[in-house]
Design a protein around this ligand. Structure first.
Ligand code: UDX
Ligand code: UDX
Length: 465
């Protein structure tokens, strides 16, 4: 049993603190937002995360998990201090904003009165471990106190955060103090995961490279999806066929309207910024971001290619959160899509199982014309009188809707499936004008006359499609 302090009770901090308490440690979580801490003390969570509420309740009840706004209370005898405050994109929309990490480091230095290991869990640019060391050394109230700094990036996904924390693929630890890194490793022993123990720069880089690679995989399959559409192939089957190759892997090859969330967009931007600052030209990273942006726009292109002008149209939006099983609206594609279609004169009817409040805030924050936005209680209400439906978030409940009922209540049976959750053939059979992402309607082999397809001149092929 160790004594742990976690600074920041967001997705990473709250899950980290609660899971360490669940593993039997004494944990105190500190956050500067008084209201957040007051609500956490009453068992009210600031985020929606499957399985987290029960775990917070259980560990608070047995006295292993505590919440405070006070650094002195949080740091009291803590052997390990995890920094998991937010590192959003900074001014100029490029690098990571380190203000909160730096302020947390200063607050730690002011209260630290014993040896402790300070651990960066937030995603921080390469070299941030040194920044934290410098700040703590120069701001220590008790100059006789010693400490170590370790980088320990988190790889949890929102919507599966507790599961991912408790079942990590690997634990990454980086420090110039190998002994300190090994000490932090002991906290994770119950999880029986492989360790990567390395220098602090490399550990920081592993996090960025991992997120950037996953984002690249998504942008790659989205580029392939666009090619499939032109050439008549089906990207879902392409991804399946590719994914059997162990060197490729099926994961993160779901084509759609692109990635969002609190991590991929800002981490790819931050990594590209680090490379630019280092005098490099990260072409791939820029391409990943450009493709991702274009994917969102594609939804509007598909709508206008079928409906023409969107002025006076009613567009139904199913799903607002950046992905299923979370209420997080950070960099959610829905916000851009709603802004673009409402700015073209359309009204939108929207629904999300859990992100209604966060979406209302996010849309207002992004200056969307709220008079054109109507929040609905379910998917059926969204469909009533709609000229088109757009699947934006892949919630399971959208996969088993009564489609004839949906079709019957729409003004025009147009379905833009931004997450490829439906089968084109089935949707066509039900009478929808259906458009998926990467499902080609080009020269389908089935219409080719029997016998050798190659015998027909290419032009002929096109005519018959
Ligand atoms: C954080 C990092 O932002 C991100 O880079 C990393 O990839 C994952 O961890 P997240 O947990 O999603 O992301 O951040 P957020 O949900 O914004 O929570 C940060 C918390 O820190 C908030 O509760 C905020 O109030 C708190 N905070 C912020 C402090 O307690 N002190 C500060 O000085 C700043
Ligand atoms: C991600 C990383 O997965 C996680 O390891 C890291 O710690 C934080 O960032 P998260 O942002 O919560 O986690 O969500 P993730 O499940 O990775 O999805 C990110 C975005 O990519 C979502 O918008 C999702 O819809 C999209 N996505 C994901 C695709 O478009 N296609 C895919 O195949 C997978």
């Amino acid at each position: 049993m160790s004594k742990i302090c976690v600074i920041g009770t967001g997705y990473v901090g709250l899950v980290t603190g609660t899971c360490f308490a669940e593993l039997g440690n004494q944990v105190t979580c500190v956050d500067i937002v008084v209201e957040k801490i007051e609500r956490l003390k009453q068992g009210i969570l600031p985020i929606y995360e499957p399985g987290l509420e029960e775990m917070v309740e259980r560990n608070t009840r047995v006295g292993r998990l505590h919440f405070t706004t006070s650094y002195s209370e949080g740091l009291d005898n803590a052997e390990y201090i995890f920094i998991s405050v937010n590192t959003p994109t900074g001014p100029g929309q490029r690098g990571a904003d380190m203000r909160y990490v730096e302020s947390a480091a200063r607050s730690i230095a002011e209260e630290l009165d014993h040896y402790a290991i300070i651990i960066n869990k937030s995603t921080v640019p390469v070299g941030s471990g040194d920044v934290v060391s410098r700040i703590v050394s120069s701001s220590l109230k008790r100059p006789d106190v010693t400490f170590a700094v370790v980088s320990n990036p988190e790889f949890l996904r929102e919507g599966a955060a507790v599961l991912d924390f408790m079942n990590p693929d690997r634990i990454v630890l980086g420090s110039s103090d190998a002994d300190a890194a090994r000490k932090v490793a002991t906290l994770y022993l119950p999880l029986r995961a492989p360790f990567v123990i390395t220098d602090i720069y490399t550990a920081e880089m592993i996090k960025y490279a991992s997120n950037a690679f996953l984002a690249t995989k998504i942008s790659f399959i989205n580029e392939i999806a666009q090619i499939c559409e032109r050439l008549g192939a089906d990207v879902k089957e392409v991804a399946a066929g590719m994914g059997f190759d162990k060197r490729i892997g099926r994961a993160f090859l779901d084509a759609g309207l692109g990635y969002g969330g609190s991590c991929f967009p800002k981490d790819v931007r931050a990594l590209a910024h680090m490379a630019d600052e280092a005098g490099l030209h990260p072409q791939m990273l820029h391409a990943v971001m450009d493709i991702n942006y274009d994917q969102r726009r594609l939804i509007v292109t598909k709508l206008t290619s079928i409906l023409g002008s969107l002025r006076g149209c009613t567009i139904g939006i199913l799903g607002l959160a950046f992905k299923a099983n979370t209420d997080d609206m950070r960099e959610a594609p829905s916000v851009d899509i709603i802004r673009w279609v409402t700015s073209q004169g359309a009204a939108v009817r929207v629904y999300d199982p859990v992100a209604r409040e966060t979406a209302d805030e996010a849309l207002k924050h992004e200056n969307v014309r709220m008079e054109s936005v109507q929040f609905c209680g379910d998917a059926y209400e969204v469909a009533e009188g709609a000229d088109a439906l757009v699947i934006v978030t892949e919630w399971n409940e959208f996969k088993s809707l009564n489609m004839p009922q949906i079709r019957g209540s729409m003004r025009r049976p147009v379905m833009i499936d931004g997450r490829n959750i439906y089968e084109a053939a089935e949707m066509n059979r039900l009478g929808f004008i259906y458009r998926g992402m990467g499902h080609g309607t080009g020269p389908a082999p089935s219409v080719l006359p029997s016998g050798d397809a190659t015998s027909l001149p290419p032009a002929q092929l096109e005519l018959e499609a």
